[in-house]
Design a binder for this molecule. Structure first.
Ligand SMILES: [Zn+2]
Length: 364
């Protein structure tokens, strides 16, 4: 995710904080300071930081459970709306997905239980009558937060854990795509309900409704991709009619090719047919501005883009593309020659075609 800062590394997982999170802190600090001075500001900030520690532990719960099945988690990002653990892939078996999903909220249950016991041992819960003078102690507020995190995540709608759990339970009885579709529809029904309730009760629910609605949508698209591409190979979906540029080309030739074709990314190939790099439109334009049209393409091309083999599974190549956020991947044959390009547009078109066929019931 862009605009995220690395703050720590736990069990090989990078912990990142999104810049908007600091804005949230500043906003809360200001608000509390204006209302109650310095002490209130410190108390408010500490509370928010502790909430996010609980969210982080929740995400680590997912990540460590996934690690049990050999699934790595490259990073966890903390956003003002919560945490996102980016798992390398989702578990294949529904039973594994259930364990990975439950592990997050289970962490909050444990935290809440520890707080509950701690509060009980150290003098118990405050007298409700005295509350309006002192406010709730931090430990009680944190207990409430963890209970809320469990309840919120139990809502059976994507992107909450409850949605994943529902999908995994359904997937034990039907195929993954169908299970996702049903879970997504239930989620969107709940979003609709929240929206209506939000209109005359609490506007916060409207926000959640929007969040859930789009979460369900993107999850459904991803599951569709997974199911349509189950046994497809990269070669079935790659672009085979494309323009590549020789390694001795200059930006001038690249610009010509850019204008002449509808392509935005150009593979740069050596005379033996091997790929040297990929020239993207953005890099091309930036270099034109900086060093002119006579610049050799080899100075501007990206060499960090991974290539994929034509017989690789579509789903794996898709994961590679997502991980590097590459605009196009070169596709190679068994002797390492460039035979195609794998692009996000390809993926989109493949999904459209396959789901149209699937809807007619003659999917392979
Ligand atoms: Zn979770």
């Amino acid at each position: 995710m862009r605009w995220s800062f690395r703050v720590a590394r736990i069990a090989g997982i990078e912990i990142k904080i999104h810049v908007t999170f600091f804005l949230l802190l500043a906003w809360i600090g200001f608000g509390y300071h204006r209302a109650g001075g310095m002490l209130a500001a410190i108390d408010g900030l500490l509370f928010v930081v502790l909430i996010f520690v609980c969210v982080l532990l929740h995400e680590l719960g997912h990540a460590l459970a996934a690690a049990r099945y050999g699934i790595k988690t490259p990073d966890i990002t903390l956003l003002p709306i919560g945490g996102v653990a980016r798992l390398e892939r989702m578990p294949e078996k529904p039973s594994e997905e259930i364990v990975v999903t439950i592990a997050g909220p289970a962490v909050n249950v444990v935290i809440a239980a520890v707080l509950w016991i701690g509060i009980g041992l150290t003098g118990g819960f405050p007298d409700p009558q005295a509350l309006h003078q002192t406010g709730l102690p931090m430990s009680v507020r944190l207990l409430a937060v963890n209970v809320w995190l469990v309840i919120f995540n139990a809502i059976p709608a994507f992107p909450m854990d409850g949605g994943r759990l529902l999908r995994a339970l359904l997937a034990m009885r039907m195929n993954y795509a169908r299970a996702t579709q049903i879970a997504a529809s239930i989620g969107q029904g709940i979003a609709f309900l929240f929206f209506i309730l939000g209109l005359w009760w609490n506007p916060m629910l409207i926000l959640i409704a929007v969040f859930v609605y789009f979460g369900a949508n993107s999850e459904a698209v991803f599951a569709q991709m997974r199911s349509v591409s189950r046994d497809l190979r990269v070669s079935a979906a790659m672009v085979t009619q494309f323009q590549s540029l020789p390694e001795d080309a200059t930006l001038n030739e690249a610009v010509e090719a850019l204008l002449r074709t509808s392509q935005h990314e150009f593979p740069i190939t050596a005379s033996d047919g091997r790929v040297r790099g990929i020239l993207t439109r953005d890099d091309m334009i930036a270099a034109l501005r900086k060093s002119g049209a006579g610049t050799p393409v080899t100075e501007v091309m990206r060499t960090d883009i991974p290539s994929v083999h034509q017989s690789m599974l579509f789903e794996r190549a898709f994961a590679v593309m997502q991980q590097c956020r590459c605009p196009a991947l070169p596709v190679l044959d068994s002797v390492g020659h460039l035979v195609g390009l794998f692009t996000p547009e390809n993926v989109g078109e493949m999904i459209m075609v396959q789901s149209a066929l699937g809807a007619r019931g003659d999917r392979r």
